[in-house]
Design a protein around this ligand. Structure first.
Ligand code: FAD
Ligand code: UDP
Length: 367
């Protein structure tokens, strides 16, 4: 890459901010266009009107098995250890641990399961073998059988994605393990933590560099902003970059309903309560103080209502969407001087650590 011209990075989320930092550290001038008026992409957090630290775009919990990603990010933040726990509401109102574990199995079946072995025997009886695991439905049926599938997965997944689990790639429900132990951590990763003062300050530090200029509220237009850079790193929706010329890729969006409850120490027992029932229109409620450890006389929560229209939060891991994406990926491959990285540009359900790892890997090839 020519050093006389700057690199343009589109997007100041995990993918864009990390590539920008790495390139600046290697001596490149970097300009970042971010169409929102803030840094951090979907990981953005802020104090609400009542002073409670909340995540504008829904709960973000950092978890990873990658020591390299932790080491890198630790240059820009200290951490607050946090183990995420999720409960799912059963039809009778009781709250059961998710992922399904021995406690969940006992609550649903009414059986006293004394050890892992007893839970494994029960699961063997409940499960409906689908060795091919070709869809998200088959993954769950193969692991826990139809009763638990209906209770915990079918309704939630239909709400979240607007599609039946049978029409979704197996990777969607494969994100949730099944356990025979009483381990009730949502994530199994060795490293689970929150940035000590939030995600936004982490991004401010990442991008605070004399060689980086950030333009907030600046939308990249592929028709007019494409040239004049030594390289372009694009983290927005891949189909948008190509003017939707092969058709629109589906994205799933969410409406976030934030609420503050004054003089309420706690609203719910854990950070997130899931609502698998089909007749409840939202998927989950997050209470931020559990995640952040903040002490406050009131509490702030957010409920997520899935929808098709709006900000593109999730690439849809459906079969026809993957096929269309493969055609866009071929166009991206043929481009010179442009790299596509991140959840929207790679059209992959990447967690923050995976977006970070992809950005670090890309930066190594560019420096
Ligand atoms: P983004 O964060 O989406 O950043 C892309 C940026 O590019 C955006 O700021 C966007 O405004 C900007 N942009 C796009 N197009 C243009 C353009 N044309 N011009 C200028 N700017 C543009 N991950 C976890 O690890 N743990 C979690 O608990 C977790 N929870 C999540 C909960 C929700 C509700 C959602 C939606 C996601 C969650 N994630 C979680 C995933 C996490 O948000 C992503 O991994 C991460 O945001 C990916 O970073 P990114 O940089 O690829 O994308
Ligand atoms: N899921 C479900 N019931 C739940 C939780 C998750 O059916 O109570 C399914 C749903 O399809 C979801 C997927 O498992 O999209 C992955 O869940 P995860 O919590 O990883 O989703 P995210 O945090 O990305 O929203």
């Amino acid at each position: 890459m020519k050093r006389r011209q700057a690199v343009l990075v589109v997007g100041a989320g995990f993918a864009g901010a990390i590539v920008a930092e790495r390139l600046a550290a290697a001596g490149h001038d970097v300009v970042v266009f971010e169409e929102r008026t803030h840094l951090a992409g979907n990981a953005f957090d802020e104090r609400d009107a009542h002073g409670v630290l909340v995540h504008r775009y829904g709960p973000h919990i950092f978890h990873t098995g990658s020591a390299a990603v932790v080491d890198y990010l630790s240059r820009f933040t200290a951490w607050r250890p946090y183990v995420h726990r999720v409960l799912a509401r059963l039809p009778d109102g009781r709250l059961a641990p998710l992922p399904i574990n021995r406690t969940t199995l006992g609550m649903v079946t009414g059986q006293a399961l004394e050890d892992d072995q007893a839970a494994a025997v029960l699961l063997e009886r409940l499960r409906e073998p689908h060795p091919g695991r070709r869809t998200s439905e088959e993954v769950v049926l193969d692991s826990v059988g139809r009763q638990l599938y209906e209770l915990f997965f079918r309704g939630y997944t239909r709400k979240q994605w607007g599609r039946d689990p049978a029409d979704l790639d197996p990777s969607v429900t494969s994100r949730i393990p099944t356990r025979t132990s009483t381990d009730d951590r949502y994530f199994s990763d060795a490293h689970q933590a929150m940035p000590a003062d939030g995600f936004t300050p982490l991004f401010e530090r990442l991008l605070h560099h004399p060689r980086i200029r950030v333009e907030l509220g600046r939308r990249f237009n592929p028709a007019t902003d494409r040239n004049g850079w030594s390289h372009l790193v694009y983290t927005g929706p891949i189909d948008l970059f190509f003017g939707h010329r092969l058709g629109r890729l589906p994205y799933r969006s969410l409406r976030f309903e934030h609420q503050h409850l004054p003089d309420t120490a706690w609203f719910q027992p854990v950070g997130v309560v899931n609502e698998p029932a089909p007749d409840v229109p939202f998927t989950r409620t997050t209470e931020f103080k559990h995640l952040t450890g903040q002490i406050h006389s009131g509490t702030s929560i957010v409920r997520e209502y899935p929808q098709d229209d709006g900000e593109p939060y999730y690439p849809v891991p459906a079969f026809e969407a993957k096929a269309l994406h493969a055609r866009y990926a071929a166009l991206a491959e043929a481009e010179t001087g442009v790299s596509f990285v991140g959840r929207l540009a790679q059209y992959r359900y990447l967690n923050m650590d995976q977006a970070a790892a992809a950005a670090l890997a890309l930066a190594r090839t560019l420096t």
